[in-house]
Design a protein around this ligand. Sequence first.
Ligand code: PXG
Length: 463
Amino acid sequence: MPSPGADFALPRQLREDAMTLLSDQVHLKPEELDSLWMPFTANRQFKSAPRMLVKAEGMYYWDDQGRKILDGIAGMWCCNLGHNHPKVVEAIRAQANVLDYAPPFQMAHPLQFELANRVSRITPPGLNKVFYTNSGSESVDTALKIALAYHRVRGEGSRVRLIGRERGYHGVGFGGISVGGMGTNRKMFGTLMSGVDHMPQTWNLKEQAYSHGQPAWGAHLADELEKIVALHDASTIAAVIVEPVAGSAGVLVPPVGYLERLREICTKHGILLILDEVITGFGRLGKAFGAEYFNVQPDLITLAKGLTSGAVPMGAVVAHDAVYEAFMSGPPQAIELFHGYTYSGHPLACTAGIAALEAYQEEKLFERAADMAPHFEAAVHSLKGSRHVIDCRNLGLMGAIELAPREGAPTARAFEVFLKCYEKGVLIRTTGDIIALTPSLIVEKAEIDRLVSTVAEVLKTVD
Ligand code: PXG
């Protein structure tokens, strides 16, 4: 019997053969598409013309038609290392043989600690306590619960309100959609959490169109938080949650000075600041986290996606030491926080996370993203003047091209661009009438150029 993981270094050719075999086997008949209810998808449209990915490597996917597709969105803002990074693949293979699962309540396994130590080494100063989840949505709901409980354990149980922002995306849990500000994600579901308020979003076409990086206009919008505090009284407010750069809403870059101002107001009123770094974490802005990029100190950050480079589902909340310490005051045998998941710190996720963090470091990928950002910026802004384009914006390796909506049919134009790019072997994302580009940190200049030139070509052909 081979020792655990001994055979994991499958020769490249063998791996390629296995992938070819797989892609040959997955042609599904139309009736075989019936049982799956797909998330955030037009199920009927998709099932009438499926787009089926069967393998991946580096910057590319292959679909079941044998088409090679340049991935312009790192899977879905998550595969920051590119796909099937050998280090991550090998770590998962090896670990699967050794320890499939360990209960995370009152028990542990060493990889949970090793990954937490590594994460805390790259998080902002003071943020050293890592709580594992399995997704961004769970990270957000966990952070909101920690914020509420933090005030309660300190004897400030009246702080029960949570403040989000219009156009914020914080996943799909009840907490996340309550503080989130995407109308479509909320309105189907009736009752949301009470005691939630929203700050205005920060994007303004007239004042900010075609801003390179952070817009100069808009820091004053942070003062709206003061108005909300005045309305409800600080003694009722637990936390403010924002994405450093709003991702899902279409790359809304914070105005210069805006996040700093939010921090000041939160500090002044004893309100916790949660930065949702599910997208901005792990190098997307050319630094480990948005907090570092903007030099703004949060009390809690939420993570997922790039933590394992998308290879195994995993999320985390990283809390400031002071937040954690507030919970450590009762009798030592008492459970301090009644919260957690069956799969918190799953061995496969931890090993993938450790390998991903090593690869980011060894390949200096955060620095690489920072070096690549000016080329990306120029490429995104080269679409100014293309048909239908009303704005281009960017920060780090996040870029968006906003289109004028088609008369009477919002979102249709962008979706057509998405389909036509896919036919040309390029994967982009659209949200409303906004095209998002957010490639893996390994992207080459020529690949950025191809992404953008494909969008430009397609725009000429779309009404
Ligand atoms: N917070 C933020 C800031 C996110 O971007 C979540 C929380 C939720 O993560 P999970 O792992 O529960 O999906 C996200 C997720 C898109 C898109 O294309 C973005 C996300 C998810 C799906 C699509 O804009 N972000």
